[in-house]
Design a protein around this ligand. Structure first.
Ligand SMILES: Nc1nc2c(c(=O)[nH]1)N[C@H]1C(S)=C(S)[C@@H](COP(=O)(O)OP(=O)(O)OC[C@H]3O[C@@H](n4cnc5c(=O)[nH]c(N)nc54)[C@H](O)[C@@H]3O)O[C@H]1N2
Ligand SMILES: Nc1nc2c(c(=O)[nH]1)N[C@H]1C(S)=C(S)[C@@H](COP(=O)(O)OP(=O)(O)OC[C@H]3O[C@@H](n4cnc5c(=O)[nH]c(N)nc54)[C@H](O)[C@@H]3O)O[C@H]1N2
Ligand code: SF4
Ligand SMILES: [Mo]
Length: 791
């Protein structure tokens, strides 16, 4: 098997664009030779004559789902997208029907703003001036720079950025460029997922693994489902919506804890519990306090399977008073963690906390499921850990209808094989959060700031590949600081970007390459979350203009570097996909995986073993013979490993600790509003941002509560300035009670569109967000204080 799927929790543990048209005009850097040629073809294709072929296929976006879409192809053009007919529903493996984005895929593929030719930067970096070059020139230039930079600074000066747009596919330029780099000396690797890395890192401290999720059919046995910072109505998460809908139909009570009245609250919730961001642990603490003080905990479960709940079940060498119960009752600090205590911190009424706690404790089995929004905070690890111990307190681990919580990877998931990236001769690996330091001065990065596999780095980053990603500028926190680094041509000397569009990150390319879309090449798509299947993503149409797949131009670069055969193994892109199917067959001989020829007919393969699965079922049924993979072999409510870190920001028992840029930070005197983002239904991160159809689905607006809008004189639709010390964005206000007072929110991943004064006019969240790292070195895009004024 090749490299594991990054969404697989086991993998985590073992290794683990400018707005076209008007906004372009507002930007000083553009003007040059790059012209978005709106008169070019590729707008609405003419309706062709002749027969129509309906192809079952999927996209390879990083969107949470992997739906069964049906592409209607006529005379080499996709004329329409439909989806799986209702009649094709398989209750045991409900492959999803396309969401609004899927229905609109054609406007991603057929769009006059697509990049059309390879281009080379001509102005200052970031100025946005490019000129057309040939593919031969582009690949010659890339090969020469790979060689020069590798020889001058060492291979570790070459970096492949965090690019997720094709991660829903088994094969991608992002993977294959690593193969090519490894064949020619290696590259600087990173670990940590900005998506869910904080919960993936901390969940094993409780359970020994991040694979804490059950198969979703088991939710139908729950009596209560709590979705904590989880918005699957928009984020999808495998086929969770299918089961939530069925749970709702069955009358199972659903509660959503979220500062926003999200679409998920609207779709499913019997109760919405809004709270201030970063205060989740205080709510959890008070729930636990109610449960413990009223004797509602599952004491037998705690005594049998857990360590650290009370003073009699503590690891060796820890002084008295350190247990969770002692903390909750305030035995050491004199503060019992009562609902009244928590109300002041969270703004959740004490009465709500009491009833939520009682309900969760008695509604056995109950499933408390965390989304990843709360863990993309500076307190993300604490929040994930707090969530992971409540099921232990109530005995909801290892049973149908319960849920162990934390990351929630599903242990019986299987993925198709992916290509072998080959061994990387460069040993040091950085946490993705430190890539800017690795650009600025790599000697700042040490094991304490997350360097793995080496004591120090040999080189600063001098070359970046940004293939199918917009993270380099747009999606990284604190854009204004980030692009200053990119602009300095003495630091990173060469940047290669491939995209379909002229994104804010693409603006920083030295060579900018027009890639194919998923409809123009072969791949295998697999969902994440749940959904044990893969779908053939067929090449439906020929690439337009001079677009080429990353693999094709990488093969040309490989030839120029003298490693073509070793890189391609003589395979075309389609041959690679066929080979991956074959590798999957070999790796899972009992799975009935089809041959590639068979897959061309069957289209989808559902893995066997997709039946009901309950995490930790064995450990609970037979604890003598099945230990948890923690140091103590038990569920660790108290973690000796965390205790030994002696870091008050990541305490041994989960507990509320006020966060920097949380509501109690003195900075709130200047910037009194908390600022968060959410992932919206009309794009996958920033992918599809340019689609005119998707812009009609949901406008980029700042959600602000009437209680915050009124004293500021802000009315519905008014343009407002959202600002802090890091930046300013101007965006229309959505004055709505759908957000708790004290908090404002923007949908994440709008394209950054700075005007001449550097003020963003696009509603891009990351001009405001912080690069502060979590205690375990993770990202914290969500934890920010701002002020808002009428623009
Ligand atoms: N439509 C769509 N779907 C997507 C994506 C997309 O861009 N668009 N992106 C995909 C990707 S890459 C990922 S990683 C996943 C991400 O999935 P998530 O991380 O789960 O999604 P978010 O919308 O960031 O956060 C979920 C919810 O957390 C809430 N929240 C924020 N802060 C707090 C807090 O402090 N406490 C609590 N309780 N709630 C809080 C937000 O209001 C939001 O409703 O989604 C995937 N799915
Ligand atoms: N404020 C804030 N920032 C965040 C987050 C947040 O919640 N809040 N979430 C973070 C998370 S979880 C993630 S995963 C990252 C995502 O950040 P990225 O991984 O950068 O993902 P996208 O923003 O979707 O950018 C993908 C780019 O690839 C292009 N693309 C799509 N398909 C193809 C293709 O086939 N080939 C090529 N060459 N290009 C293609 C798209 O046009 C798009 O420009 O953002 C992070 N940033
Ligand atoms: S964007 Fe994701 S959820 Fe929507 S149709 Fe495509 S695969 Fe499905
Ligand atoms: Mo993500």
């Amino acid at each position: 098997m090749g490299n594991p799927n990054p969404r697989d929790p086991r993998a985590v543990l073992t290794r683990r664009s400018f707005v076209a048209g008007s906004a372009l005009a507002a930007v000083p850097f553009v003007a040059g030779t790059y012209v978005s040629d709106a008169s070019a073809q590729a707008t609405t294709p003419p309706l062709p004559a002749g027969g129509e072929r309906v192809v079952q296929t999927c996209s390879t976006f990083d969107c949470g789902g992997k739906c069964d879409i049906r592409a209607h192809v006529k005379d080499g053009v996709v004329t329409r997208i439909s989806t799986r007919p209702d009649a094709d529903l398989d209750e045991h493996m409900p492959i999803m029907r396309a969401c609004v984005r899927g229905r609109g895929y054609r406007r991603f593929v057929y769009n006059a703003d697509r990049l059309k030719y390879p281009m080379k930067r001509v102005g200052r970096r970031g100025e946005g001036r490019f000129e057309r070059i040939t593919w031969d020139e582009a690949t010659t230039l890339i090969a020469a720079q790979m060689k020069r930079i590798g020889e001058t600074y060492g291979p570790g000066a070459r970096f492949v950025h965090n690019n997720t747009a094709v991660s829903g596919g088994a094969f991608s330029g992002h993977t294959m460029v690593k193969r090519l780099l490894n064949l020619t000396g290696g590259h600087l690797e990173y670990y940590h997922s900005v998506s869910m890395g904080n919960t993936a890192a901390i969940t094993p401290y409780t359970y020994g693994t991040a694979a804490t999720g059950n198969s979703l059919d088991t939710l139908l046995d729950s009596k209560l489902i709590i979705l904590w910072g989880h918005n699957p109505t928009e984020t999808i998460f495998g086929h969770l919506n299918h089961y939530l809908q069925r749970a709702k139909d069955k009358g199972i009570r659903i509660v959503v804890v979220d500062p926003r009245y999200s679409d998920t609250v609207a779709a499913y919730a019997d109760e919405w519990v809004p709270l201030l961001p970063t205060t989740d642990n205080a709510l959890m603490d008070a729930m636990a306090y109610v449960i413990v003080s009223e004797g509602l905990q599952d004491q037998k479960f705690l005594d049998t399977y857990c360590i650290g709940f009370d003073e009699v079940h503590m690891p060796e060498g820890v002084p008295p008073g350190e247990s969770w119960k002692s903390y909750l009752l305030g035995e050491k600090d004199g503060t019992p963690k009562t609902p009244d205590w928590a109300e002041r911190i969270t703004r959740v009424p004490a009465a709500t906390i009491r009833h939520l706690a009682r309900e969760y404790a008695v509604a056995k089995p109950a499933a408390l499921i965390q989304g990843w929004g709360p863990q993309r905070h500076v307190c993300g690890e604490r929040t994930a850990r707090g969530g992971s111990v409540l099921p232990a307190l109530t005995g909801n681990v290892g049973i149908r209808g319960g849920w162990a919580c934390g990351y929630g990877g599903i242990g019986n998931r299987k993925f198709p094989a992916s290509p072998d990236m080959l061994a990387n001769p460069v040993k040091g690996k950085i946490n993705i959060t430190t890539w800017t330091e690795a650009v600025e001065d790599a000697s700042q990065i040490t094991p304490t700031t997350g360097l793995r596999g080496a004591e120090k780095l040999d080189a600063d980053i001098r070359m970046i590949f940004c293939l199918a990603g917009n993270y380099m500028a747009n999606q990284n926190p604190d854009i204004n600081a980030t692009v200053k680094l990119l602009e300095d041509e003495r630091k990173v000397e060469f940047i290669v970007c491939s995209d379909l569009y002229f994104t804010p990150s693409a603006r920083y390319a030295d060579v900018l390459l027009p890639e194919t879309s998923f409809m123009e090449r072969w791949n295998l798509g697999a969902t994440w979350g749940s959904g044990n299947y893969f779908v053939l993503s067929e090449k439906l149409v020929e690439p337009p203009f001079e677009c080429r797949s990353d693999y094709e131009w990488l093969a040309e670069v490989a030839r120029k570097l003298g490693v073509e055969q070793a890189f391609t193994l003589g395979r075309s892109e389609k041959d690679w996909i066929a080979a991956l199917v074959e590798d999957t067959r070999k790796a899972m001989p009992s799975e009935g995986v089809p041959t590639f020829e068979e897959l061309l007919v069957r289209r989808v393969h559902k893995f066997a073993g997709s039946e009901s699965y309950v995490a930790f079922e064995k450990q609970i049924r037979d604890p003598e013979n099945n230990k948890f993979s923690t140091p103590s072999g038990k569920i660790e409510i108290f973690s000796k490993r965390l205790y030994d870190m002696k870091n008050p920001a990541i305490p041994a028992v989960p507990r509320y600790v006020p966060s920097p840029e949380g509501p109690s930070d003195p900075l709130a005197a200047r910037y009194p509003l908390q600022f968060i983002t959410w992932k919206g239904k009309n794009r996958a991160n920033s992918t599809m941002f340019v689609s005119p159809w998707m812009k009609q689905v949901q406008q980029q607006r700042l959600w602000i509560n009437p209680l915050d809008a009124e004293p500021r004189g802000i009315h519905q639709g008014d343009p407002v300035r959202v600002f802090n010390d890091r930046g300013i964005t101007v965006v229309p206000a959505e004055v709505t009670p759908r957000i708790i007072p004290g908090v404002v929110a923007l949908q994440s991943a709008a394209w950054w569109a700075p005007d001449r004064d550097g003020i963003d006019r696009g509603g891009c969240a990351n001009v405001l967000t912080s690069r502060r790292r979590t205690p375990l070195n993770g990202n914290s895009h969500q934890t920010n204080l701002v002020e808002v004024r009428k623009a």
